[in-house]
Design a protein around this ligand. Structure first.
Ligand SMILES: C[S@@+](CC[C@H](N)C(=O)[O-])C[C@H]1O[C@@H](n2cnc3c(N)ncnc32)[C@H](O)[C@@H]1O
Length: 295
């Protein structure tokens, strides 16, 4: 009993220090002006993603196919599709190959260059790739100028997410789909548990954005707050699907279950069927939650 009593003040002090460090991180972020946060995020995103071509990565190719099989039936038969945060054109190019005009926007020059090369190699002529900050660029576009918008794995690194979503809603024609994927709270909770990083777990459970150790600044979502965020931005969610419900890329907690690149073609097929089914039932339990949201 006595050693336990002696440990109590130490435990209370450790908990206070943890709470204080989370509160300070939050306060520091809150003090940062949005434009400063966006600049900091751009440097982090550039360092993490600038050299990475998601088109050539076999894990990312598996997830591209999962995105496409869900997104394709929701695309219009004709018109212009915006790919917001298009990266190297992993989705812009196959969508343009369906006969739709695509405008891809990304602030990383290397990614835009790669998207142009991939589009040319695929024989795509009706795709335009613009190097720009997404929110700044959206503000220059007329109302209702796109028939659908892709916003895949981009919102989680954009500090001004709500403003960006509102602008995406404005540039979509009425009834146009936003096909967007967002980081789940569940994924980051698993990552914190895998790392035994309980301070990160506390942050992930109590906040919905912040600087994560080794990952830079991110947004993440549980069911209710994503619904509310999209509603505030003028959207209603029509359908949801988890992407990566039982698999992951290198470094992901779910890679311990399956890494698509390491599987045989028939195992990948089995995984895709399983993830499609369970991801429809448990859309917030995956690497990302993909939504079809209408204005
Ligand atoms: C994980 S990648 C996804 C790329 C692509 N959507 C895909 O699924 O293959 C995220 C992309 O969002 C871009 N991005 C992040 N913040 C941005 C911003 N504020 N303006 C423009 N692009 C941004 C990054 O440069 C990066 O290429």
């Amino acid at each position: 009993l006595i050693p336990r009593l002696l440990l109590l003040p130490v435990r209370i002090a450790a908990r206070l220090v943890r709470r204080l460090s989370i509160a300070l991180g939050h306060a520091e972020r809150a003090l940062l002006r949005p434009d400063a946060a966006a600049r900091a995020s751009r440097a982090e995103v550039g360092a993490a993603m600038g050299a990475h071509d998601m088109v050539d990565d076999p894990d990312e190719a598996y997830y591209r196919d999962r995105y496409l099989e869900w997104i394709a039936p929701r695309l219009p038969d004709a018109g212009v599709v915006l790919d917001a945060g298009c990266g190297s054109g992993r989705l812009s190019v196959p969508v343009a190959q369906r006969g739709l005009r695509v405008v891809g926007v990304d602030f990383l020059g290397e990614s835009i260059e790669r998207a142009r090369v991939h589009a040319a190699a695929a024989g795509v002529t009706d795709a335009e790739f613009v190097e720009a900050d997404l929110l700044e660029w959206l503000r220059t576009q007329p109302d209702g100028s796109f028939d659908a918008a892709l916003f895949v794995e981009a919102g989680f690194v954009i500090p001004q997410l709500e403003d960006t979503l509102r602008e995406l809603g404005r540039v979509l024609r009425p009834g146009g789909s936003l096909l967007g994927s967002f980081r789940t709270q569940w994924f980051l909770a698993l990552l914190a548990a895998q790392r035994r990083d309980w301070a990160m777990a506390e942050l992930v459970l109590t906040q919905r954005s912040g600087a994560l150790p080794g990952l830079g600044w991110q947004n993440w979502h549980a069911r209710e707050d994503l619904d509310e965020l999209l509603a505030r931005a003028g959207f209603r969610i029509d359908a949801r699907q988890a992407i990566g419900a039982a698999s992951g890329i290198e470094g992901d907690p779910l890679a311990a279950i399956a890494r698509p690149a390491e599987l045989s073609a028939s195992d990948r097929e089995g995984l895709a069927r399983l993830e499609g089914a369970i991801g429809a039932v448990q859309p917030y339990n995956g690497r990302y939650v993909l939504v079809d949201a209408r204005t």
